[in-house]
Design a protein around this ligand. Structure first.
Ligand code: GDP
Length: 458
């Protein structure tokens, strides 16, 4: 469903040429597609509404970068809005990035042992996540970790945590039959202190549905142990239900963050967006598999990419907007219309291509590039080393030669070849490529790097 979003937006904007700004009616059409896509991905309706409004405001009047299709431009705006709503930052400021990362990371600052309370429905992945986090804290952060199972109803759940403790290399609080969950939690904290542990995980009992008895129990445990983190573990595949669950837990417990499991499954992360938006809680980790290494620190950019399935387009727009100087592009277009695309212009274009990761990189990003690549290959190839060599050849020419390639006869070519450390044959290849490119460009109605890219994508 999400894979198709880019195509659908492409259709919406097909009538637009990539000039000027996004109009309100075009944006509205695009928003309908986005709305449907989000609803299909199980994002809660109020969240969809909020999101679409935000994107609409940002997109209307947005100037379309000439080299990019309007549909791609909107994908980028949607992507940025997603990152923002998932609790990430769009700022390039390192301090801002560090702050956002900190908000999404585990807080362990406190007198040891600090308690981490794990809450959630049965089957959400609570116990597995406890194992994963324990392994992560022990190995990556060198913490001494103790696991305690508070699931007095299910001896199997206790055994499961004991096995995970063994796998993760963490301590496990011995089971004492007949204790209540609250008694176990208190014992865990005192044993944790005695044993010199840094972190005690309290894995609470899950139930199949949220009920008062469960909530009373977990609430009492939270009060008694004062956890530094109270994490709600939720199955990302349960969509709308996960949001309802999050709300009910959030109403009773001082939750500090979310862990979304089964991100490796079929869901595309719609639940994550809803849960974050509805609860305002940071998503701290994602569960990406059944094994203990199936844990990812939450990264808003990565999840936005996963939800949208449009990572390539997003990075293309980013690169293009960084590199392309609109004025230069317009100037080059004007010259080309007059048949004046000279070697200075070619050098500029080659420089831009290089900044964008070479033609190889660009071609990977753009659909429908195969034919163009063959043409360019025939004219001398397009790899990055070649881009540099071609620029060197042009730099060895005098300004007069660059503006008037027609004057380049044998003796001048020899001088240029010597100056750039290339052969005359290679100088000829470059000149041939320039002729072919300027012919091709003359045929295009829109010019410059911008027009070329549009023609290539078309
Ligand atoms: P609990 O009842 O909340 O403690 O849930 P469990 O930890 O026992 O997990 C229930 C099932 O989900 C187990 O079979 C786990 O292996 C599986 N599971 C947990 N997290 C993930 C995950 O991130 N991805 C996948 N694919 N399976 C998971």
């Amino acid at each position: 469903m999400f894979e198709a979003l880019g195509d659908k937006l492409g259709n919406v904007f097909d009538g637009l040429t990539g000039r000027g700004a996004l109009s309100e009616s075009d944006v509205n059409k695009a928003m309908r597609e986005i709305r449907i896509a989000l609803l299909e991905a199980d994002v809660a309706l109020p969240v969809v509404k909020q999101f679409v409004e935000k994107v609409r405001k940002e997109a209307v009047g947005e100037k379309v970068i000439k080299s990019i299709k309007p549909g791609q431009m909107v994908v980028k705006i949607v992507n940025d809005a997603l990152i923002d709503m998932l609790g990430g930052t769009l700022s390039d400021d390192d301090a801002d990035k560090a702050e956002a990362a900190k908000a999404n990371a585990l807080n362990l600052a406190g007198r040891p042992p600090v308690a981490i309370l794990m809450a959630g429905l049965q089957g959400s992945g609570k116990t597995t996540t406890t194992g994963k986090l324990g392994l992560y804290l022990r190995t990556a952060l060198k913490k001494k970790v103790l696991f305690a199972s508070l699931d007095t109803n299910r001896p199997a759940a206790m055994d499961q945590l004991g096995m995970l403790a063994e796998q993760a290399g963490t301590g496990f609080l011995p089971i004492v039959k007949g204790e209540t969950a609250l008694q176990i939690a208190k014992r865990a904290m005192s044993e944790g202190a005695k044993g010199g542990y840094d972190v005690v995980f309290l894995d609470t009992a899950g139930r199949t549905t949220v009920n008062d008895e469960l909530m009373d129990e977990v609430e009492a445990i939270a009060k008694a142990t004062n956890p530094i983190e109270t994490l709600l573990v939720a199955d990302s595949l349960t969509g709308q239900d996960a949001v309802e669950t999050a709300n009910r837990f959030n109403a009773r417990l001082p939750l500090t963050g979310l862990v979304l499991t089964r991100i490796d499954g079929d869901g595309r992360g719609g639940a994550a967006l809803s849960m974050r938006a509805v609860t305002g809680l940071p998503i701290k980790f994602l569960g990406t598999g059944e094994k203990l290494d199936g844990l990812e620190a939450f990264d808003a950019e990565r999840l936005a990419g996963r939800i949208l399935g449009q990572g390539d387009i997003v990075s293309l727009v980013e690169k293009a907007s960084q590199v392309i100087n609109e004025k230069d592009a317009a100037l080059a277009a004007e010259k080309m219309r007059k048949g004046q695309f000279d070697l200075d212009d070619l050098a500029k274009q080659l420089g831009q291509m290089q900044k964008m990761g070479g033609m190889g990189g660009l071609m990977k990003l753009m659909p429908g590039m195969g034919k163009m690549k063959k043409q360019l290959d025939a004219a001398g190839g397009v790899d990055d080393k070649l881009l540099k060599q071609q620029q060197a050849i042009i730099l060895s020419m005098t300004p007069h030669e660059r503006q008037n390639p027609g004057v380049l006869k044998a003796s001048r070519k020899k001088r240029i070849a010597a100056g750039s450390g290339m052969s005359v044959q290679e100088v000829n290849k470059l000149l041939k490529m320039h002729r072919q490119m300027s012919d091709m460009m003359k045929k295009m109605s829109k010019g410059g790097m911008a027009g070329m890219m549009q023609a290539m994508q078309g």
